[in-house]
Write a protein that binds this ligand. Structure first.
Ligand code: FES
Length: 158
């Protein structure tokens, strides 16, 4: 009997696209994006069937895939239940936020408590051009103000 596939037909197309970005024999380079895709499909952690299928696709053993999952526990073994908001506290964003005196961290904390959003700081998001920047549910937002943070979070919950 053929084992059931983990990836949905739609995600299998994405798998093929991700793997094809690398030259033959270098399929393992697509490992992290494949794990991310598996986790998004499954919703929380990555089940063994996904690790097996990813191993078959990338010519890695189950144990090699599992080792990567273990190496990044906060990334691949669970996904936080509460929505996440990360405010960049690297130099450029701090300077811009200070210049504008926009109190975004305090605003984010206050809004977060209303919606159960977890707020933390993070290092540079690579969006310095639009400082101050923040990350909310897999998306980077730039030119943060109290108002934009409130608008973006509240939109998520309405
Ligand atoms: S310093 Fe904040 S995004 Fe780079």
């Amino acid at each position: 009997m053929k084992p059931a596939r983990f990836f949905t037909p739609e995600n299998l197309q994405i798998v093929k696209r991700l793997v094809s970005r690398y030259p033959p024999g270098q399929e393992r380079a697509s490992l992290v994006p494949l794990l991310d895709l598996a986790q998004r499909q499954h919703g929380t952690w990555i089940p063994p069937s996904a690790m097996q299928e990813i191993g078959n696709t990338t010519n890695l053993s189950f144990e090699q895939v599992f080792a990567i999952v273990l190496a990044y526990p906060t990334s691949f073994q669970w996904r936080p239940c509460a929505p996440q908001l990360r405010i960049c506290d690297s130099w450029m964003c701090c300077q811009k936020a200070k210049q504008r005196d926009n109190g975004i961290f305090e605003a984010a904390q206050s809004i977060a408590s209303q919606y159960g959003v977890e707020v933390k700081t993070t290092s540079c998001l690579g969006a310095c051009y639009g400082a101050p920047a923040f990350w909310f549910n897999d998306k980077i937002h730039t030119d943060a103000t109290k108002e934009t943070i409130k608008e973006i979070i509240s939109k998520e919950f309405t």
